[in-house]
Design a protein around this ligand. Structure first.
Ligand code: SF4
Ligand code: SF4
Ligand code: SF4
Length: 154
């Protein structure tokens, strides 16, 4: 994902405040936090001279449409079902110690977060994900074990 500064560079940088923020930098921060959308900047949306930038910024955020509430996105077109992420997920391991915890196929998929279905990874029980909620840690098990960057957190 992009940074606030990269987003800012694509905005009109006029600090006109039409978006309700005091500056384009504040708007960029609100975009990053997903409090506002690119459409909330009227000059960028409506002025033809910003058309290209508007499309670029909108494109950056359209990738988040399939995200779960934890921000997890599976890029299904990239996943080839290797299962690395399934056995790397600590929640999966804790809930299925004799299946994925032992590096094998899941014995029970009920309580797992990542499972393989039709050769592609699917996310379920995402509220159990350790990147999410009040006790979250910066778990990256699934991301770092995927050879093709098919899992992303936005
Ligand atoms: S409406 Fe757009 S140009 Fe105006 S301050 Fe907000 S982000 Fe900047
Ligand atoms: S971030 Fe960690 S807990 Fe969440 S799905 Fe990935 S490996 Fe599992
Ligand atoms: S590690 Fe990547 S390619 Fe392998 S199953 Fe998981 S998401 Fe798919």
């Amino acid at each position: 994902m992009t940074s606030t500064m990269e987003l800012y560079q694509l905005l009109p940088k006029t600090n006109c405040k039409e978006c309700g923020k005091n500056s384009c930098m504040a708007f960029a921060a609100a975009l990053m936090a997903r409090e506002l959308t690119p459409d909330d900047c009227p000059p960028m949306k409506n002025d033809p001279k910003y058309k290209e930038n508007y499309e670029t910024v909108s494109g950056m955020f359209s990738t988040t449409e399939g995200a779960t509430e934890t921000g997890l996105i599976v890029h299904e077109e990239l996943c080839f079902g290797c299962g690395n992420c399934v056995v790397a997920c600590p929640v999966n391991v804790a809930n299925d110690p004799h299946g994925v915890g032992a590096g094998k196929a899941p014995k029970s998929t009920d309580k797992l977060i990542l499972i393989i279905e039709d050769g592609i990874v699917k996310a379920q029980n995402v509220d159990e994900c350790r990147r999410f909620g009040k006790n979250k840690i910066l778990c990256t098990g699934c991301i770092v074990t995927c050879p093709v960057e098919a899992i992303e957190f936005v």
